[in-house]
Design a protein around this ligand. Structure first.
Ligand SMILES: [Zn+2]
Length: 382
């Protein structure tokens, strides 16, 4: 009555003053200008707004009811969306083999010393024999699209069966471990999110992405299958609080930015915090490789690909998510790092830039899976 009906009655009763078109234009432009001034005066808060946009959008009236009501039904329908199944695959041999696919979060190749960065952000991988890195670009600048591209046979607008679902359906042991979100629906038995992983993990390190490695070797060793695909979906380099994404021991580059308002930090502090997340990623990937080395009866590979890159204040841009056509290269130049236990990498032309599409076909090749959708041109292995 007080906030709805009475104001509505007042509005119905109100006299409408008809103004000239010129006056209407002046008022509209002045209002717009006023709103823009307020928005720009508060520009340091944009990142906060962006980070919390979903929650804010859900609260803002009357948007909340008008838009989210229809969104609710759209999402309901998407939940029931059936993925298009790929033609059946066959396992060609019974050689024991494993691929660990590590999906990076907001990792840009520019800040990896493997890619020529001046700070030593890859102290462990750079000393590990058999580690190769390729220039690569992501298909998008945000997580859901980037992860989908990494997992599908080709980049389409459709929802085709993704790599873990496809291999699981065709007899491969598939494990998904995640501290992140945003992947297409995964239909496998061993899907472990952060809560599930935390349950069996002890110590301070469990709060960070190392939790993804907890009992991993044991889980692999317990498998009765010859072909295994492990997917680790990390979240280490996601902003804006980079400094909270690695254990204190990994604060190699100091001082760091501890604010969520990135524009309030100096660029050095911001880049230091981000570089520490890359150093921590280096440590995680190194440990994946060490684990695989100990599983001697398997032929194994580790592939690290990021979902997209990240802006760290270049051109006054932060984080990611700009449309690909406008985005600076920092948002789509991604690391593509590979290690194999048996030197099975193909001789690739170094000037070639890889895409995320290479993952699907390379994993099929490495695990010895025959499939009508396999594309040899998108395979990095012999
Ligand atoms: Zn992402």
């Amino acid at each position: 009555m007080l906030l709805g009906v009475i104001p509505a009655v007042i509005i119905i009763k109100a006299q409408i003053a008809h103004v000239t078109f010129k006056r209407f234009l002046v008022i509209t432009l002045a209002s717009l200008l006023f709103m823009l001034t307020v928005a720009f005066a508060n520009s340091p808060n944009w990142l906060w707004v962006d980070k919390n946009s979903k929650v804010l959008g859900g609260l803002a009236m009357p948007w909340s009811y008008t838009v989210n009501l229809s969104l609710f039904f759209v999402h309901k329908q998407q939940e029931n969306e059936k993925e298009i199944l790929l033609p059946d695959a066959t396992i060609k041999d019974d050689q024991k083999s494993i691929v660990v696919l590590v999906i990076g979060e907001s990792a840009r190749s520019e800040n990896f010393s493997l890619y020529g960065y001046s700070k030593n952000t890859n102290p462990l991988l750079s000393k590990t024999p058999g580690v190769f890195h390729f220039n690569a670009t992501s298909c998008a600048t945000y997580t859901t699209a980037g992860v989908k591209c990494i997992l599908e046979a080709k980049n389409t607008g459709e929802l085709y069966e993704i790599l873990p679902n496809y291999l699981y359906r065709n007899g491969v042991e598939v494990v998904w471990r995640t501290t992140n979100w945003g992947e297409p629906p995964v239909h496998i038995k061993n899907y472990l999110n952060k809560e599930a992983l935390m349950k069996d993990c002890k110590g301070d390190r469990c709060d960070y992405d190392e939790v993804l490695l907890n009992n991993l070797k044991e889980q692999i060793a317990a498998s009765t299958k010859n072909k295994i695909l492990i997917i680790l979906h990390t979240s280490t380099s996601h902003g804006p609080e980079y400094s909270k994404k690695y254990p204190p021991q990994f604060e190699t580059f100091k001082p760091v930015c501890n604010s969520v308002e990135l524009a309030k930090c100096s660029n050095t502090e911001l880049v230091n915090a981000y570089d520490n997340t890359i150093g921590y990623t280096d440590y995680i990937l190194y440990n994946v490789i060490e684990d695989l080395k100990q599983l001697k009866e398997y032929k194994s590979a580790m592939i690290f690909v990021s979902d997209h890159g990240e802006s760290l204040g270049e051109k006054n841009l932060y984080m990611h998510g700009l449309p690909l056509s406008l985005a600076p290269k920092q948002q789509y130049d991604i690391p593509f790092i590979v290690w194999t236990s048996d030197n099975s990498l193909k001789q690739l032309k170094t000037e070639n830039s890889l895409s995320q599409d290479y993952v699907f076909h390379s994993v099929l090749n490495f695990l010895g899976i025959q499939s009508p959708v396999y594309n040899e041109e998108l395979n990095i292995f012999k």
